[in-house]
Write a protein that binds this ligand. Structure first.
Ligand SMILES: [Zn+2]
Length: 294
C-alpha cells in the first residue's frame, strides 16, 4: 500500500513537472500581457476621470472625441512602459526585482517610445473600429458611450412589452448604454429625452407655427428649408434602473450628469478594439533579448 502510494506521488510530481516545462515559456508572455492590459485599463480610467473633472462627456462636440483620442494615446504609452518595466523585473529575477526598486527605476524614459506607443495605440484603436468619443464618461441626458443598437420609439410613450423584450436582448448583449452594466431590469430610454422633445414642441407653438403646421404646404415648405416640422424622432436605448433614476433628476433640473462606464467593457461601442493598447504593449515583448541598452 505504502509503495503504491509512493509510486502515485512520484507520477503526480513527474506529470506536474512535465506540465510546467510545457507552459514555462508562455509564463513571461502571459504576465506581460496581464501587466500591459492592467496599465492600459488604468490609463483609460484616468482619461475618463480627467474628462469627468473637466465636464467633457462622450456627447461633448469636438472635445469628446479629442479627449478620447488623447486618452487612448496616454493609455497605450502606459501599456508600453508597463511592459518594459515588467520585463526588467523578469530579467533581473522576480525576487530581486520586487525587493530592489532600482530595477524599476533603472533606464531612462525614452520619449520616442512614449510617442511611438501612443501613435500606434491610436492607429490600432481606429483600425479596430473604436470610437474615440466613447472613451469619455457618458452624459445621462445624451446617448451614452456604450450605445450600439436602438429602435424607433412610439412617441413619448413607454415601450410596449414587445419592444421591451427586444430591448432586454440588447441590454443582455451590450449592457446599459450609459454605464455598461447588464445587471437588473431594462428600461427603454427615450433619446432625446421626452422633456427636451416637449421643449422643442412648446417652442414651435410659441412661434405660432403650431396652428400653421396643420397645413401640408407649410409642412413641406419647412421641411424643404430644413426646419423642424414636428416632434423630433426619438429612439429607445437599453438602460439600467440606477441610470434611469439619476437621469430623471438630471433632465428635471436641466443639468448634465456624467457617469463612468466600464473601461474594458465588451459589447456596445467598446469591444475587442479596447485591447489595442495591449497589443502595443506587447510590441516590447522580448526587447531585453535584443541589443537594447539601459
Ligand atoms: Zn446604467
Amino acid at each position: 500500500m505504502g509503495r503504491e502510494h509512493e509510486e502515485l506521488q512520484r507520477r503526480v510530481v513527474h506529470t506536474g513537472r512535465q506540465i510546467v516545462t510545457i507552459f514555462q515559456p508562455a509564463i513571461p508572455f502571459v504576465v506581460q500581457a496581464a501587466v500591459s492590459m492592467g496599465a492600459y485599463a488604468g490609463g483609460l480610467a484616468t482619461a475618463q476621470a480627467i474628462g469627468s473633472a473637466l465636464r467633457i462627456s462622450c456627447g461633448t462636440p469636438v472635445f469628446g472625441p479629442l479627449g478620447g483620442l488623447l486618452g487612448v494615446g496616454f493609455a497605450s504609452a502606459m501599456a508600453g512602459q508597463a511592459t518594459i518595466k515588467c520585463q526588467r523585473v523578469q530579467s533581473d529575477g522576480l525576487r530581486r526585482g520586487l525587493l530592489d526598486p532600482g530595477v524599476l527605476l533603472r533606464g531612462q524614459l525614452r520619449p520616442e517610445d512614449l510617442m511611438a506607443d501612443a501613435v500606434l495605440g491610436i492607429a490600432f484603436f481606429r483600425v479596430m473600429g473604436g470610437k474615440f468619443r466613447s472613451v469619455m464618461p457618458s452624459d445621462l441626458t445624451k446617448v451614452g458611450a456604450i450605445a450600439k443598437e436602438s429602435m424607433p420609439a412610439a412617441g413619448m410613450k413607454y415601450a410596449t412589452d414587445e419592444k421591451r423584450r427586444e430591448l432586454h436582448r440588447f441590454f443582455k448583449r451590450d449592457g446599459c448604454h450609459h454605464c455598461g452594466t447588464r445587471k437588473g431590469a431594462v428600461v427603454g430610454d427615450h433619446m432625446p429625452p421626452n422633456k427636451h422633445v416637449q421643449e422643442v414642441l412648446n417652442a414651435n407653438r410659441r412661434r405660432l407655427l403650431g396652428s400653421a403646421l396643420k397645413y401640408k404646404i407649410v409642412q413641406r415648405s419647412m421641411a424643404a428649408l430644413g426646419l423642424p416640422t414636428g416632434q423630433p424622432l426619438q429612439r429607445y436605448y437599453p438602460q439600467c434602473r440606477p441610470c434611469s433614476q439619476k437621469q430623471a433628476a438630471a433632465v428635471r433640473n436641466g443639468r448634465s450628469h456624467l457617469v463612468f462606464h466600464e473601461v474594458l467593457h465588451r459589447g456596445g461601442q467598446s469591444s475587442a478594439w479596447h485591447y489595442a493598447g495591449v497589443l502595443v504593449g506587447m510590441r516590447h515583448q522580448n526587447e531585453n533579448k535584443t541589443n537594447r541598452k539601459y
